[in-house]
Unconditional design. Structure first.
Length: 195
């Protein structure tokens, strides 16, 4: 099992993996215990979320060699976010009458989507749907409850991901994030472990 940690760093958030560290975005409402997460609250749930599989836009992205299942997106793919529907927090085919998200978007946010194991076995309304790990664009300020990184960072991260990888969303700063903050404050820019 490999843990990737999302935690606060300064005024923002950072994703720290053993092989890579990247600035990331979380929900507009910040972080919330998973038990308090509700549909549409704009919060990212705290907890350990397994990486399940990857959706990608084949017309925009060449998927690197990865050790996660992958599915090429099509314009007819969506995700149900209607707590009153039997398909809540599951992929659906479009057209779809109940409330849903389109996975094939005009912007680039869903060009790469990692489906996380949040509220999925089984899905329980209304504890949140479509909590993904996906892309951000330069002008993206926050997500609707997901975690997002740049395309460049995502490509590096996916190269080391597998079905044993866990995205841990936590209030606690990681050692690496604490180290960076301490050294910025003291003006010490030596690499970690240097004397």
């Amino acid at each position: 099992m490999t843990i990737w940690t999302v935690s606060r760093e300064g005024d923002g958030f950072r994703l720290d993996a053993p092989h890579h560290s990247a600035a990331c975005l979380v929900g507009k409402a910040g972080l919330l215990p998973a038990s308090d997460k509700r549909e549409g609250d704009m919060a990212t749930p705290l907890g350990d979320w397994p990486l399940r599989y990857v959706y990608y836009r084949p017309d925009r992205v060449t998927l690197p060699e990865i050790n996660l299942p992958s599915i090429a997106l099509t314009p007819s793919m969506g995700w149900c976010d209607d707590p009153d529907h039997a398909s809540y927090n599951m992929p659906v085919d479009l057209p779809f009458a109940a409330s849903h998200e389109r996975l094939w978007r005009e912007d680039g946010l869903y060009d790469l989507i990692v489906v996380l194991g949040h509220n999925d076995s089984p899905p329980r309304p209304p504890f949140g749907s479509a909590v993904f790990f996906h892309l951000r664009e330069p002008d993206t300020a926050h997500t609707a409850g997901c975690v997002a990184v740049s395309k460049e960072d995502m490509m590096v991260l996916l190269g080391a991901a597998d079905t044993g990888t866990i995205l841990r969303v936590t209030h606690r700063a990681t050692h690496r994030a604490t180290h960076r903050a301490t050294h910025r404050a003291t003006g010490d820019n030596r690499p970690e472990g240097a004397t």
